[in-house]
Design a protein around this ligand. Structure first.
Ligand code: TYD
Length: 139
């Protein structure tokens, strides 16, 4: 999506089922997330101070959840940047296609859970920032 903006990405509240023994949050395709769920992956053991991401996707939609700990997601549409700090397992950030993202400020032991609309496809990545800008500006 070449025309997407950082404002098309948004935080969502996930249901939290609280019990005295602990909490549960469930995520269903087309209910909590507006796309089909075809892949789950998670980042863990990220060294404090390390950055992840640093790419955009042409078609992939994602929901990012701080399942444990916290980290920041910097979104960039080539014109504007917005930073979201994720620190609650019952909150998620929906990222639409065509957004450059960087993940940073990982707390020790944090887990970044990602629910994705499609299976892994390297051709869907834009890994060079100048190529991303060209893609967004249709240059
Ligand atoms: P990448 O998506 O660049 O990681 P991040 O955005 O978290 O920094 O992926 C890092 C490596 O892992 C890259 O070589 C591709 C591989 N990978 C898979 O094989 N399958 C996957 O589902 C993902 C997300 C990554």
């Amino acid at each position: 999506m070449k025309q997407s903006s950082v404002h098309d990405c948004h935080l969502i509240s996930l249901p939290k089922i609280g019990t005295p023994e602990g909490n549960i949050s469930a995520i269903n395709e087309y209910i909590e997330v507006p796309f089909s769920l075809n892949r789950i992956y998670y980042l863990y053991d990220v060294p404090v101070g390390e950055k992840r991401g640093g790419h955009g996707h042409k078609e992939l939609r994602q929901l990012i959840v701080a399942a444990c700990g916290s980290f920041s997601v910097v979104l960039d549409d080539g014109k504007q940047k917005v930073t979201h700090h994720l620190n609650r397992p019952y909150q998620g950030l929906i990222i639409v296609p065509g957004i450059w993202r960087e993940l940073e400020d990982f707390s020790y032991g944090s887990i970044c859970l990602v629910l994705a609309s499609d299976s892994y496809c390297e051709d869907d990545y834009i890994r060079n920032y100048n190529q991303f800008l060209k893609y967004k500006l249709c240059l």
